[in-house]
Design a protein around this ligand. Structure first.
Ligand code: NAD
Length: 499
């Protein structure tokens, strides 16, 4: 069986802890791979290598860094298909969706290629008598990234390209459920000319994560995953003196106003709710229908959802693949099975679905729940599967109040033809990313990604300008160069004044 080992110091390093985890092909249910699970000592070894590499990389020129990043961009572009296939084999998402994931990760590498412009400092001349002030930004040192299963290539690429462009060295701890893509990303970085030790991959579970959170030589931690773990990461790493950005889970609402184009809204709801089998942190999992359109909208969603073809991700005709594990599939199914008892009308029940010839795959069909109550489990929890809840609101204000009462605040969308309502919505809604007639408003690479409330712990969103700020520390240098002809100013014990 294939084994995924660590990547430390520019080479494969076999796991030494003796612990391995299973990696399953979700379409067949077969364990195809085992992944090494690092001990705290192995994490320490990786951090030490990264610390050593920082001595040179932290001092490297911007020209040297961007040379590598441009070469990396070209290599990733040439290997899109291969990386997408690795994702599909372990995550299960369909190949076209995996290609989209690679493309959105590549966007951050492209952003990092422009670091020469983004890291320019600021200078104020003559702030006082012959005094100039320069503001510069410097790397932090060794930074760690801990990433979720649902985007095994894109989310790591939200982090390490910018971190290393800023001069840091990086230790990535990918999800143990689909670890292979991360190693391939690191191998290609070496091929692009990245010096050994600048990007390291350590596989593992809670043991490895906690070792990173507590390690004295890790300066900062980027995390993306579920809300309870994000909270744990933020609390623990902060207590150990680290800078932390911890992005958590979500329940993303789509508000559909009575004047919306209902066909466009239904297309968007189906794409955003069921794409990647609902395993996206920006998936729409709750539609809020305002006014009298609810029944029409639900019918249009049902018609479209019934036509979605479910099958293995490597079959080009499949539109939706399986879920990550059998246990997760069963948990998702339990929400659908319990929905009616909590007041919902089950319009589509995807439980019990299977694909002929692949009965051991982690299959589930599409579910649509209508008249969902806000106190029900299906509404309150992040289900993270192909289950769309529809709620009803009488007015725009009721709809926004419902959305704002959610503890999550990742993304949200409004569908309307009324520009005034859309404008109010973008100002009034409590979420970090807002779409107007756009159901999955994932910001482009040069804007930052991040939610509010329980969807993000820490002050910095990820990538974009926030990413560059997160991976650098500001420094302000105040300089006086007296004119050669100037006499000494003499002793002055007063606090420096600006004149
Ligand atoms: P997860 O929280 O279970 O795991 C994320 C990472 O944390 C993994 O690397 C895992 O090994 C590690 N981990 C798990 N349990 C841990 C523990 N007890 N202590 C320390 N580390 C632990 O998340 P997941 O199931 O892999 O991913 C799905 C979740 O991620 C969903 O909630 C989804 O909304 C969220 N997500 C959020 C965003 C975002 O940008 N906000 C993006 C993608 C995914």
């Amino acid at each position: 069986m294939k084994t995924v080992n660590h990547w430390i110091g520019g080479k494969t390093v076999e796991g030494a802890s003796g612990n391995h985890g299973p990696v399953t092909d979700p379409a067949t249910g077969e364990v195809t791979t085992q992944v090494a699970l690092a001990s705290a000592a192995e994490v320490d070894a990786a951090v030490r290598v990264a610390k050593e590499a920082f001595l040179d990389w932290g001092q490297s020129s911007l020209a040297a860094r961007t040379k590598v990043l441009f070469a990396y961009r070209a290599l990733l572009d040439a290997h899109r298909d291969e990386i997408a296939a690795l994702i599909t084999a372990e995550h299960g998402k369909v190949h076209s969706d995996a290609l989209g994931e690679v493309a959105r990760g590549l966007e951050i590498v492209e952003l990092a290629c422009g670091i020469t412009t983004q890291l320019k400092g600021e200078l104020s001349t003559s702030v006082s008598n012959r005094v100039d002030v320069a503001a510069i930004r410097q790397p932090l040192g060794v930074v760690a990234g801990i990433t979720p299963f649902n985007f095994p290539a894109m989310v790591p690429m939200w982090m390490f390209p910018l971190a290393i462009a800023c001069g840091n060295t990086f230790v990535l701890k990918p999800s143990e459920k689909d670890p292979s893509a991360a190693n391939r990303l690191a191998e290609l970085a070496k091929e692009a000319g990245l010096p050994d030790g600048v990007l390291n991959v350590v596989h593992g579970d809670k043991t490895a994560v906690d070792a990173l959170l507590e390690h004295p030589d890790v300066a900062a931690v980027s995390f993306v995953g579920s809300t309870p773990i994000a909270r744990h990461i933020h609390t623990t790493a902060s207590a150990h003196g680290k800078r932390v950005q911890a992005l958590g889970g979500a329940k993303n609402h789509m508000l559909v106003l009575p004047d919306a184009d209902l066909d466009a809204a239904a297309d968007a709801a189906v794409s955003a709710a069921y794409g990647s089998a609902g395993e996206r942190c920006m998936a729409i999992s709750a539609v809020v229908a305002v006014g009298a359109i609810g029944d029409d909208l639900v019918e249009k969603i049902r018609e479209r959802a019934e036509k979605i073809k479910i099958g293995p991700g490597n079959d080009p005709t499949s539109e939706m693949g399986p879920l990550i594990t059998a246990a997760h599939r069963d948990k998702v199914a339990s929400y659908v099975k319990g929905a009616a008892a909590q007041g919902a009308e089950v319009v589509l029940d995807g439980t019990g679905y299977t694909v002929d010839g692949l009965e051991n795959g982690h299959w589930i069909g599409l579910s649509l729940l209508d008249h969902v109550r806000t106190d029900s489990d299906a509404y309150r929890d992040e289900i993270f599967g192909p289950v769309l809840c529809v709620l009803r609101a009488e007015t725009y204000d009721d709809g926004v109040a419902l959305i704002n009462a959610s503890p999550f605040g990742n993304g949200t969308a409004i569908f309307t033809r009324d520009g005034g309502a859309a404008r109010r919505f973008q100002l009034e809604v409590q979420a970090g990313m807002v779409g107007v007639n756009v159901p999955i408003p994932v910001p482009v690479g040069y804007h930052s990604f991040g939610g509010w409330k329980d969807s993000l712990f820490g002050d910095h969103h990820i990538y974009g300008n926030d990413g560059i700020h997160f991976y650098t520390r500001g420094k302000v240098v105040t300089t006086r160069w007296p004119d050669p002809s100037e006499a000494h100013t003499g002793v002055d014990l007063g606090f420096p004044r600006n004149h």
